[in-house]
Design a protein around this ligand. Structure first.
Ligand code: GLU
Length: 304
């Protein structure tokens, strides 16, 4: 019996192509402001190893905050539960780059997916090494997860964010003031901006997410108990202050990025990557969220 997945993806991609209300492309990183909002791509890798896709599945996009999932896996592998002394595990209810909560809570970020928490996580991965080495480990992890060596960092995007990353510099210095940064703010941020600038296609991202689905498909990079915890964090914190709404509408653990990508996991069943550059008011892909909502409904995929 042919899989019902492909026709569902084709129909979603077709419908999304004709939409005019596509949200707004992130413009606080000048290089990202140049990306055409007309793109749409969706890829699914199933637990059985089958790959499905529709739309611009061969066009690379900026992974941005989705990379926080991969650095979290590396940091937990390196430091184990010690990381939780430096960063919390609660949803923030605040914007991804908010500094207010960080001040109220004495420099301990709410979770590893808000920017402050991700900067701490990257700082943990850096741990006194040269940024080049830490970045080699991060990109190496993503390539190993996808089993694809053709995944790279877009230097222009990294430099573009670095040149105007005033809020992230403020967050890093604030963390340092609270003794929650081990490396010089410039070093940690240089690593963080380059990590965010990893570029991949939806096919590559869906493949890179396989380790989060559990089961036997793809390389097992993280233990099953840790996979469960990472999925819990993605569900509760993966969409910033839109996390509750995303869980309500889609019902799957997922992580978004301001490049317009979302990685979503159906535990034991599938790894999904979607990309549409236009963002909603919380900085999450507008059509990407809608596409996942439809796919989850039509495939009856939900963790609930
Ligand atoms: N590099 C972005 C920043 O730090 C990541 C934010 C995101 O993708 O949500 O602002």
């Amino acid at each position: 019996m042919p899989s019902p997945i492909q026709p569902v993806l084709d129909q979603i991609a077709l419908d999304m192509q004709s939409r005019t209300d596509r949200g707004h492309v992130a413009d606080y990183i000048p290089e990202l402001a140049r990306v055409a909002p007309s793109h749409f791509a969706i890829s699914v890798v199933t637990a059985g190893g089958n790959v499905f896709g529709a739309g611009d599945i061969s066009t690379g996009f900026s992974a941005q905050s989705i990379t926080k999932v991969f650095t979290l896996a590396i940091a937990l592998g390196r430091s184990g539960d010690q990381l939780w002394q430096r960063v919390g595990r609660e949803p923030s209810g605040n914007a991804f780059n908010s500094i207010v909560q960080l001040e109220n809570e004495n420099g301990r970020p709410r979770n590893p997916f808000v920017n402050a928490g991700a900067i701490v996580t990257t700082d943990e991965v850096l741990a006194g090494r040269a940024p080049k080495q830490a970045l080699a480990e991060i990109i190496g992890f993503v390539r190993a997860a996808a089993e694809d060596s053709d995944i790279h960092i877009n230097e222009a995007v990294a430099r573009s964010e670095q040149s105007l990353g005033h809020r992230n510099f403020a967050l890093a210095h604030f963390l340092a003031a609270h003794d929650n940064l081990r490396n010089a703010p410039e070093m940690t941020l240089g690593t963080y901006f380059h990590q965010c600038a990893i570029e991949l296609t939806t096919t590559q991202l869906a493949r890179a997410g396989r380790f989060l689905m559990g089961g036997t498909e793809g390389p097992r990079l993280v233990s099953q108990p840790r996979v469960r915890r990472m999925n819990a964090l993605m569900l509760t914190c993966g969409h910033y202050d839109g996390s509750g709404d995303f869980a309500f509408r889609v019902g799957l653990p997922a992580k978004s990025g301001v490049g317009g990508g979302i990685l979503a996991i159906v535990p034991g069943v599938a790894s999904i990557a979607v990309w549409s550059p236009g963002l909603d008011e919380n900085g999450n892909s507008k059509l990407g969220t809608e596409a996942l909502e439809r796919l989850a409904r039509e495939m009856d995929w939900s963790i609930f």
